[in-house]
Design a binder for this molecule. Structure first.
Ligand code: FEO
Length: 169
């Protein structure tokens, strides 16, 4: 059984993962509205991944004999001006997720809650991958600048992304 502090933090992170899914859907919608269908696909897949992350926490909390409480969070941002800005937003968001996962791990460590620590290790590895992915695309976008032809090539690459939870989504 999880203690109250850890349960509350895990529950909050579960809801933050569901909120993250909305953040990425909002980014996808902006891209789609600007006819960048590849970037829209990339963010739509990311939204699915975030829902998957939230569900991992949902099942863990319930498996530990507690009850996951699904609540709403704030509205996602909707005001974007460029593809570059969408990836700046995404990268900053992932850094915040990493900070939150570390904070959760610190609490679990302090409580010698080894099952939760082991569970959170998956998220720590996932955050390394996610931050690297967003940073990589962000750096490429900065190099591309206003070269729309190269941006079209990157958009086509982003169109190929698919949701693959078994591969470590
Ligand atoms: Fe679930 Fe992108 O962190």
């Amino acid at each position: 059984m999880l203690n109250d502090e850890l349960l509350a933090k895990l529950n909050d992170q579960m809801n933050y993962e569901f909120y993250s899914s909305q953040v990425y859907l909002s980014l996808a919608s902006y891209c789609a509205s600007e006819s960048w269908d590849g970037f829209a696909n990339f963010f739509t897949v990311q939204a699915e991944e975030e829902k998957f992350h939230g569900m991992k926490m949902f099942h863990f909390i319930n498996d530990m004999g507690s009850r996951a409480l699904v609540t709403g969070m704030k509205d996602p941002e909707t005001d974007f001006r460029s593809i570059l800005e969408t990836f700046e937003t995404a990268y900053a968001h992932e850094k915040e997720v990493t900070r939150r996962i570390y904070e959760l791990s610190d609490i679990a460590l302090g409580q010698r809650e080894h099952a939760t620590l082991q569970f959170l290790n998956w998220f720590i590895s996932e955050q390394v991958e996610e931050e690297a992915t967003f940073d990589n695309i962000l750096q490429r976008l900065k190099r591309i600048g206003n070269d729309s032809q190269t941006l079209f090539i990157l958009d086509a690459e982003m169109a190929k992304r698919t949701f693959a939870p078994e591969a470590g989504a």
